[in-house]
Design a protein around this ligand. Sequence first.
Ligand SMILES: *Cc1c(COP(=O)(O)O)cnc(C)c1O
Length: 368
Amino acid sequence: MGSVLIPDHLKPRDGRFGSGPSRVPVEALEALTGPGSVMGTSHRQAPVKSLVARLQENLAALYRLPDGYQVVLGNGGSNVFWDIAVCCLIEHRSAHGVWGEFGRKFVDAVAAAPFLQPPVSYTAPFGQAAQMVPADGVDVYAWPQNETSTGVCAPVQRLDAPGALMLIDATSSAGGMDADISQTDAYYFAPQKNFASDGGLWVGFCSPAALARSARLTAERWVPPMLNLSVAAENSALHQTLNTPALATLALFDHQLTWLLENGGMSFAEARTKASSGALYAWAEAKPFVRPFVADPAQRSPVVATLAFDETVDAKALTSVMRENGIVDIEPYRSAGPNQIRVGCYAAVDPSDVDALIACLDWVIERL
Ligand SMILES: *Cc1c(COP(=O)(O)O)cnc(C)c1O
């Protein structure tokens, strides 16, 4: 097809709308080369250790961490946290919310572990969430607060299952959606989404019960050091990681977290994510050729908006024209659904950029 050139005055100031990794503020990147940057210095010395300590304190402040919870971190991203949960948190059997690709990846990791019983899955078709309910013999319940592949969010609420741990995948919700951490035993995430950083790091807010479970299981089981949550907790208490972290990831994360807190913290972050995604949902409800992919408004994600087009619009052609014009990464998640776009509405995205994106969508659809 011929090229379609969107007029410059319609375009967003920043054309990055990915759901992860997502846009990184230019000022944060510039600060990496500025005075006081930790790049190229030892992670065992005071400047990096105090950066890690500040991250831990600021995360605890952002989520009003209950007494006794610890901000634990290590290398490897959220996928590694799933393996950590397999090794250190699930004793016999876990139950999982599986309504998208990320929930599925976690349950698959558990199902492959020869020392655990087959996991329970609560499934729902893509575009919906299933109800989590207590089940016999289950000692860990796990589900994503925001299923990034589809843009479905679910409540963060403890089940009536005494002694069981609640593990919440907050990879794409942390920093853009609030949660009551006392309802969880591990609220874990990686910083390349709302925290506008790069990948490769995992963070978990761990409850006393989760830390005690890990201490007990890792004393009984052989666990590789990199997957040992208790080893990570010991290092994190000293503001360190077991092995070398990506310093740029830590520094970018710190930059975004400081910016969020200076502007009002969680209420500021939520106002931005809701304004951005709300504009997209309102547009999709108003136009005859597109609808919000998630039918139930209560399950519609404020941080990842997925929109489904009817047969009059070719979403593939639309996203490729957008890409030619510098508006990138609004393609849907690999297998989640046909003829969709998916827009990252993270805290770093200025809602005015989403308004401009909508103007560009209208402009291009008229000309396709
Ligand atoms: C992005 C994402 C992951 C994977 O994170 P990695 O850091 O790449 O391992 C897991 N779960 C959810 C909900 C995500 O959005």
